[in-house]
Design a protein. Structure first.
Length: 260
């Protein structure tokens, strides 16, 4: 048995023996569906520059202008191209493998940093979208969420029918606090977790960076799935070095026998 096979078997043992396995997902999984990353070679922000660090403040200052910009495809061609790439993307084998793990009962929650809706389209139910979902809008007051098409946008800015607060895109902007219910769920799941699988992320951006460390501090195990070494690699109990879409299906195949 080669090193890669042993690592997969070890990961299966850790996941199968856990009581509360949680997966933390980053942009690497979406990249396998053809969605450009934000940073790095070919990334959106590499091409056009990072968004304003006070984007949320700008939204609050002039929500009508923000919505007009959002609704106009001519306002920002580079970002429109990026959005179209997301619209064309399909869930990949990694997404479906995570859903299979959820259905097997061994994966209790997926915490994703991605906003592309691919987890939902693959069938994920137990899901926390820490940075929101680009196909939805959210009330900044009561945190109610709806599909984007729930509003006609004839009158701007849209207002919440429940509490009257401003409605914005669900994706979390620079300078915007992560919704309290979302961040509470992330920390609650991380505190309960005894085995965290970290897929396609270096987990260096907080608060997501704190979740694997919390698991380790609480005595849990850490499985990293990533083609490249990350700052988490030395901390991981098992490292699966390669694409998530290739490695996770192998883990699921063996977990299926484990759970029979």
């Amino acid at each position: 048995m080669g090193d890669d096979e042993r690592a997969i078997e070890r990961a299966v043992d850790l996941i199968g023996a856990s009581n509360h396995a949680v997966v933390l997902v980053g942009a690497g999984l979406s990249a396998e569906s053809g969605i450009p990353t934000f940073r790095g070679a070919g990334g959106l922000w590499t091409k056009v520059g990072e968004p304003s660090m006070n984007g949320y403040e700008q939204f609050l200052r002039d929500p009508i202008r923000w919505w007009e910009h959002q609704l106009s495809p001519e306002a920002d061609p580079a970002r429109t191209e990026f959005r179209e790439a997301i619209d064309r993307a399909e869930p990949n084998a990694g997404h479906y493998a995570l859903v299979s793990m959820e259905k097997l009962g061994v994966l209790k929650m997926t915490i994703t940093q991605n906003v592309d809706n691919l987890h939902v389209r693959a069938g994920a139910v137990r899901l926390v979208e820490i940075h929101g979902n680009r196909t939805k809008v959210r009330c900044i007051g009561c945190e109610a969420r709806w599909p984007r098409e729930a509003f006609d946008y004839e009158e701007l800015p849209p207002l919440c029918p429940e509490c009257g607060s401003l409605v914005k895109g669900d994706t979390v902007m620079f300078g915007e606090p992560i919704p309290p219910s979302v961040i509470d769920a992330c920390f609650r799941e991380s505190a309960a977790c005894d085995c965290m699988i970290v897929c396609g992320t270096s987990a260096t951006v907080f608060p997501a960076a704190s979740f694997p460390r919390m698991v380790k501090e609480n005595g849990g195990t850490l499985i990293e799935v990533n083609p490249n070494p990350t700052p988490l690699s030395d901390m991981a109990d098992v490292t699966l070095r390669g694409p998530t879409g290739e490695l996770l299906p192998e883990v699921v195949k063996r977990l299926s026998y484990w759970t029979i």
